[in-house]
Design a protein around this ligand. Sequence first.
Ligand SMILES: C[S@@+](CC[C@H](N)C(=O)[O-])C[C@H]1O[C@@H](n2cnc3c(N)ncnc32)[C@H](O)[C@@H]1O
Length: 171
Amino acid sequence: MSGAKTKPRELRAQRRTGRRCWDHLVVAPLWVAYDANLGTLLRTCDAVGACLAVPRTSHYRTALAKGDTLGRRRPCIHWVTPTKEAWLARQRESGKRLVAVELADGATPLTRLEPAREPTVLLLGHEHQGVPDDVLVEVDECVEIPMIGQGASLNVAVAGSLVAYRLAGLS
Ligand SMILES: C[S@@+](CC[C@H](N)C(=O)[O-])C[C@H]1O[C@@H](n2cnc3c(N)ncnc32)[C@H](O)[C@@H]1O
């Protein structure tokens, strides 16, 4: 790159919009357990202009407090209450599209996923058990990230970030 004079810190400041809640793309790691994954997803939400939705429990509050490296600039957090099931039903009733990130028959490969044109909730599964089967049968779309390596799956924060970038229209 020639002639690039603006420093990364200045670019970051210029690109900050100050907008906190677009409510267009909501990343919902409702079954994700590990602090590091939740912290990583929080940063991805900030980067792509998404909100994060997590259950209102001490586990998630503590995990996000530990993983929050953004401080006052962190993205909007939607608390999932009173239960995951009731919250998901509310999202559906309000017209949001439910998209699960999971390895599943008939899933859309990431390479064919279109940017979200309507309000969308992105569901991510537990590090060991994945997205529950009864939730998978109810979603509008399931997205799978093709893999050619020896591992059975990706880290959930990596998988969620790849799909969030795509749905946000940034990759
Ligand atoms: C480590 S995986 C869970 C694997 C679990 N052992 C299973 O078989 O269901 C954790 C989560 O990451 C996401 N994930 C990981 N790799 C993925 C892939 N290649 N495509 C889609 N989602 C993936 C899914 O949300 C999944 O629920």
